[in-house]
Design a protein around this ligand. Structure first.
Ligand code: PMP
Length: 286
């Protein structure tokens, strides 16, 4: 089945969707994105992704070309057209086609380019990786300082991921001024004596939609949370470690820079949070 994608109001086979070579997203990485999970054919945390999309666009003064209802309708139509039960939807909004390559932004009335496409991942919530956990390496965080904006400038995270793969591991945790910021494409957590520890929100990290939901659920389950910096040494000495993201949900981390975390097996807190998060997300999905 050919994948049907969305481009500026049209639903097209992926091979027919064309964007200008002068699109600012292509030549300047001048675009923001969101990835929303689909479980049981419904969208997980959609309002959260819409809120962050609008914030990212606002921070970069990119006009928001659609309202929330239009984004929702397009997401639902792509789920339908592509027969997605479990999977993800990618949404990207760029500043549009400037007509040439120029550091100066194009005129305000330049239409933004809106692209959406799906990935089909049947049974994605039951991935066996959740039973074994991830192994990560640490790398310096040399990204720009507005990581709170979800831009498509993903070259360094992609290189960091490749470095992790070359080392035979799954992912990298990024470190700045001695403290973990986040994973290449996820937020990072440790657990010590039952307390969940994760870096506080600032421009240093992406404000994960999954992070917000998981911390809210942990709080409701009377778990203790500390939003503060932690080092790789503290993480290696923790009882557990895990990450969160819209596509991985809650995923245990069992090794950091060759040192086993806790028992070297996924921990109970991460497993419980994954269970609660999946259950609540399925219930609240739209
Ligand atoms: N940090 C970074 C750098 C990310 O790319 C992502 C995933 N896009 C996250 C954190 C997790 O955010 P979310 O839970 O909204 O997917």
């Amino acid at each position: 089945m050919t994948r049907i994608v969305y481009l500026n109001g049209d639903y097209l086979p992926e091979t027919e969707a064309r964007v200008s070579i002068f699109d600012r997203g292509f030549v300047m990485a001048d675009a923001v994105y969101e990835v929303t999970s689909v479980l049981d054919g419904r969208l997980v945390d959609f309002p959260g992704h819409m809120a962050r999309l609008k914030r990212s666009l606002g921070e970069l003064s990119i006009r928001n070309p659609l309202d929330d209802d239009a984004y929702l309708a397009a997401h639902r139509r792509l789920v339908e057209e592509n027969g997605i039960t479990d999977g993800m939807i990618y949404l990207q909004v760029s500043r549009g086609n400037g007509g040439d390559r120029d550091f100066v932004f194009p005129p305000e009335d330049t239409p933004p380019t809106v692209v959406m496409f799906t990935w089909n991942k049947p049974g994605m919530a039951d991935t066996p990786v959740a039973q074994t956990g991830l192994r990560v390496i640490s790398l310096p965080d040399i990204r720009w300082h507005r990581r709170d904006i979800k831009t498509v400038q993903l070259l360094y995270p992609s290189m960091a991921k490749m470095q992790a793969k070359a080392a035979g591991k799954d992912d990298a945790w990024l470190v700045e001024d001695g403290f973990v910021t986040e994973g290449t494409s996820n937020n990072a957590y440790i657990v010590k004596n039952g307390t969940i520890i994760t870096r506080a929100l600032s421009n240093d990290i992406l404000h994960g939609i999954t992070r917000a939901a998981v911390l809210r659920m942990a709080d409701e389950a009377q778990m203790k949370i500390e939003e503060r910096n932690f080092t790789i040494a503290e993480a290696q000495d923790a009882d557990e470690a895990f990450i969160t993201s819209a596509s991985m949900f809650v995923m245990p981390v069992v090794e950091i820079d060759d040192a086993a975390v806790g028992t070297g097996k996924p921990g109970r807190v991460a497993a419980r949070l994954r269970e609660i998060y999946l259950e609540e997300s399925r219930k609240a999905a739209i």
